[in-house]
Write a protein that binds this ligand. Structure first.
Ligand code: KG4
Ligand code: ZN
Length: 338
């Protein structure tokens, strides 16, 4: 059978990325240009600054992805692009580039949901992985438990009612004086801390698959403020460790419940927070104890990239889900929406 090569383009937040993926599974090129250093001084992503830098980077990144692939761009079989969720101005940069290429090359345009892309990152790492399965998706903007019924069929079982897990990591990092993005820094600091602070676990025992992290974030801030008022010193390492243990326990408790309730035998982790060392380790331990097979992407595919968008795009294309040039940015696009 003829091979299918998809060019993926991603610009939903602060990474400008392009990649070429063969048959939805093989990485032929994967270029990511991150703006982390630019946004660091603001303590978070500034949308207008992100859009402008995508404009500066996008052509170079796409050219590099094609160059590394090593074939002429006209041999691409389709162009997959993130059209939501994400920052409107940032999404438009990738989208305009993808539409221009689709028109000029006369190749299908494939709109991809960023969150569905995160799930597809696992298809690049695990050749044997096929739906159905349960996926725990944890990123800076999203925390979902999803039943992945097919490559393009999803049922949301639960989600966060307020802050996403990654957002909680970033806010706690700021409160204890770490930089941006906070997740990796809290992860690192936690290695030297003790799990000695009893933080709240919202919805922990509830019979649903939902999360809430804003109370936990407030509890961390209250802990710091009350220690300061009493003139006591705060041990940032212990806060990081206790916070992390709480988040990881909350996430895995509900994810494993979903796997067991729905009669599955595998759990697939995805999204930026899947890079978290403690989450990866505890997931392996818990899954092994319960007889569940667990999957998580290699670190290079955890945070935003275009390889995952091209992988998801491949499965859209072969099942007939292509877009036309009227495709526009959908900042609040929900998983499974077309
Ligand atoms: O998926 P992603 O790159 O962007 C979104 O789609 O949101 O996720 C970024 C999030 C940030 O909140 C970042 O702090 C978090 O993932 N993150 C981590 C780690 N690495 C990245 N959180 C905890 N531990 C990590 N090692
Ligand atoms: Zn993401």
């Amino acid at each position: 059978m003829k091979e299918v090569n998809i060019l993926g383009i991603e610009s939903s937040c602060d990474e400008t990325a392009a990649a070429v993926i063969q048959d939805g599974r093989i990485i032929r090129s994967n270029i990511v240009s991150t703006q982390i250093e630019i946004h660091k001084k603001f303590g978070g992503v500034v949308p207008e600054v992100a859009s402008r830098n995508h404009v500066v980077d996008i052509n170079r990144v796409v050219e590099e992805a094609i160059q590394v692939w090593g074939r002429p761009i006209c041999e691409i079989d389709g162009i997959a692009v993130t059209y939501g969720p994400g920052l409107a101005g940032a999404l438009l940069v990738g989208l305009s580039t993808a539409k221009a290429l689709s028109f000029a090359l006369n190749k299908p345009l494939i709109g991809v949901n960023h969150i569905e892309g995160h799930i597809a990152a696992n298809y690049l790492a695990f050749a044997e992985l096929k739906p159905p399965f349960i996926s725990l998706i944890v990123s800076g903007g999203h925390t979902h438990i999803v039943e992945v019924l097919g490559y393009n069929e999803f049922e949301i079982l639960g989600k966060t009612k307020d802050d996403a897990a990654g957002e909680a990591y970033d806010k706690v990092a700021r409160a204890i004086g770490l930089g941006y993005p906070g997740g990796p820094l809290v992860d690192k600091l936690a290695e030297r801390g003790r799990n000695v602070i009893d933080f709240p676990k919202a919805f922990y025992k509830d019979d649903n698959y939902d999360f809430s992290f804003s109370g936990l974030k407030s509890a961390v801030l209250n802990h710091i403020n009350s220690a300061k008022m009493k003139g006591e010193s705060v041990v940032a390492e212990d806060i990081a460790c206790s916070f992390q243990e709480t988040v990881v326990d909350i996430l895995l408790n509900k994810a494993l419940k979903a796997v067991k309730d729905r009669g599955y035998t595998s759990l697939v982790l995805s999204g930026g927070v899947s890079a978290n060392s403690r989450l990866r380790r505890k997931m392996e331990e818990d899954c092994e104890r319960e007889g569940i097979t667990c999957y998580y992407p290699p670190l290079s595919l955890c945070t935003d990239n275009a390889a995952m968008i091209a992988a998801a795009g491949y499965y859209h294309l072969i099942e007939g889900y292509t877009s036309d040039l009227s495709l526009s940015a959908r900042p609040n696009l929900k998983i499974g929406q077309r």
